[in-house]
Design a protein around this ligand. Structure first.
Ligand code: MLT
Length: 335
């Protein structure tokens, strides 16, 4: 259904528009863009609190609140691998007061995993900017009977029918990257869904599930304390936050190359001056020493200036949809 801005319509025009079935969205005009923000900004996190996307959203959201002089409030909208929250964000008013911390799953992999996805990541959103890159680790419960990745693969292959692999729902990063891992190992374990890898990690800490693929920012303290095992990181280089964890290549599974990213988006039609203000506030957050230390200590990869901003994110979304769709199709996860 076509959207027109209140700014462009006189009262008479408004009722005429409604009469012919147009919806009138309270999109902000130039004046409103100048005053933006004049109230609290709602940042949707499409996964449970305490997980990697929530952690990154709260770190950058805090700093953006200071820059924008309005609170950025996190709303966790869970379910369907993050596509529930993303659908909510795509349909929200495009006035700058609802934004979303999406990621490689919600804004790329979901396209191939949900043929009837309710939104188009590269069409229904205004990209604001990349917040953090998040390398993927293969982790297992602390008493998993394998000392290294080779033994892990052998044990999973020999016991697949009783292996419980946790994930954050179809379309999530943990689901998509373990789809790749399980394809590489040629196994189909029991997939155990959660509303996020925050709760999935709790189940792993309690040995209720056996293993998962997850974003580094959720894992560093637990790997360092030995409460979970880490067998490999899916990047060409080791991560400075976890220097003892081998790369998948070093550990003997070079085909498992996996990294994710988290980024901010606004609903389609959010005025450019407002998107630019949000991009600038995110940029300032990523330049802030305190924010950088927290993100780097958790192993995330902070984008350089060339990878920041709306245009770079728009290009990333397109390239990631193109990258993950064939991997997902090859895995046989979608009929
Ligand atoms: C989360 O924050 O729980 C994750 O981003 C979920 C996922 O995509 O694996």
């Amino acid at each position: 259904m076509a959207r027109i801005s209140q700014y462009m319509a006189s009262k008479a025009l408004l009722s005429a528009a409604v009469a012919v079935g147009l919806t009138v969205s309270p999109m902000a005009g130039p004046a409103a863009a100048q005053e933006y923000p004049s109230r609290v900004i709602n940042m949707i996190v499409p996964f449970a609190a305490g997980g990697p996307t929530d952690i990154i959203a709260r770190i950058v959201g805090d700093h953006m609140s200071k820059t924008l002089k309005q609170a950025v409030v996190i709303e966790n909208v869970v379910g369907a691998g993050g596509t529930n929250g993303s659908t909510r964000a795509a349909r929200a008013d495009n006035d700058g007061y609802t934004i979303i911390m999406g990621h490689m799953g919600t804004h790329a992999a979901s396209v191939a995993l949900y043929p009837k996805l309710a939104y188009k990541p590269d069409v229904d959103f205004e990209p604001i900017g990349l917040a953090a890159g998040t390398p993927i680790l293969i982790v297992a419960k602390k008493d998993f009977p394998a000392k290294d990745l080779k033994e892990f693969v052998a044990y999973v292959k020999a016991n697949t029918e009783k292996m419980n692999a946790a994930h954050a729902g179809v379309g999530s990063v943990s689901f998509t990257t373990c789809l790749l891992l399980n394809s590489v190992m040629q196994v189909k374990p029991i997939a155990v869904p959660f509303n996020g890898t925050g709760p999935a990690l709790n189940a792993l800490l309690g040995s209720q599930v056996d293993y998962m693929c997850d974003q580094i920012v959720n894992l560093v303290p637990h790997i360092k304390s030995g409460t979970i095992k880490a067998y490999a990181i899916g990047t060409p280089e080791r991560n400075p936050a976890l220097p003892d964890v081998p790369t998948s290549k070093e550990a003997g599974l070079p085909d498992f190359q996996a990294s994710a990213w988290n980024a901010l988006f606004a609903p389609k039609g959010t005025p450019k001056p407002i998107v630019d203000k949000l991009s600038a506030a995110l940029d300032q957050a990523l330049d802030d020493e305190g924010v950088r230390k927290r993100l780097l200590d958790l192993g995330s990869d902070i984008p350089g200036k060339d990878r920041r901003g709306s245009q770079a994110l728009g290009n990333l979304v397109k390239s990631e949809i193109a990258k993950w769709s064939p991997i997902i199709k090859a895995s046989g996860a979608v009929n």
